[in-house]
Design a protein around this ligand. Sequence first.
Ligand code: PLP
Length: 356
Amino acid sequence: HFNFCSGPAMLPTAVLERAQQEMLDYQGKGLSVMEMSHRSSDFMAIAERAEADLRELLAVPDNYSVLFMQGGATMQFAGVPLNLLGNGGTGNYLDTGIWSQKAIREAEHLDSAHVVASASDNRYTAAPAPADLSLSDDAAYLHYCENETIGGLQMDYVPDTGVPLVCDMSSSILSKPIDITRYGVIYAGAQKNIGPAGIVIVIVRNDLLERARRETPTLLKWKAFADNGSMLNTPATYAWYLSGLVFDWLKGQGGVEAMARINARKAAKLYEAIDASGFYGNPIAPANRSQMNIPFMLADEALNPVFLNEAEEAGLLNLKGHRSVGGMRASIYNAMPEAGVDRLIEFMRDFEQRHG
Ligand code: PLP
């Protein structure tokens, strides 16, 4: 079976097998990682190793902190303005879809959201051009979503505006190399390209840790997490451990450079299959087509339930599109093997022949 769920998403089989082997008795210690004190030397070693591997995979410079927090990426929608607007200024936001808008709404709660440009002008089929981003004079940061998981719109450039750049990378982190130094803050919920649900990773440049608003709850304060090794309270220990297994697996696969090559190939062949006839369609401008979440519509919507039923029978799971978009969506994160995409394409061709 191949699981095309957008999140929680498929995990590498090798990771699940290793977790199964170690679940009852972690490396002969006589207990499960789930049962360990987060302050025990065994768990501290697991936690530190995970952070070190993530730093290595993404080449995170020393002047950035890597935080393992909870509350998902959604909590960081509030965490971003709370942590960055303590010295005044306005949160600036690029709107490329539903997740961008959710982030904007949280800044609006603090009366501090300025939208620099919106893809609503083209019904969210293309990213606004760099020249069209109009920042407010008092911009404290610019926030954007690298890959809109629902709409399937991925940015084709990194905005360069002179203010700290804050990026929601929930559905694209670790899918390709990134230049961390371009960013002030990167955050990502784990349950797509990292591990199981329960953790959100925050990577923040250390000079930005001093800008929190006074009312920021301790459990949202990046500086408090940075100062305490993300162990301010009990962290999501098992999710942290599993994320570490995924990082280790990724290193064995050749890291993010190798993943980027495979991901580009997987996405290219799936888009090619979608474009091959009028039977399927994807509305996103070619430069902004997501490499991770690929929505596609059937020209004849009446066939949607038939497609989904037959796909499931063929072992292709969770292809139903988000309710706001309709149609289908194939999420093909790092853990989706190329063979899964090949199987989907074969199924799509066969389905078209029988129903086209
Ligand atoms: N941002 C993006 C781009 C997402 O795809 C998601 C997905 O759920 C979220 C934020 C919200 O993440 P969470 O459910 O971890 O709060």
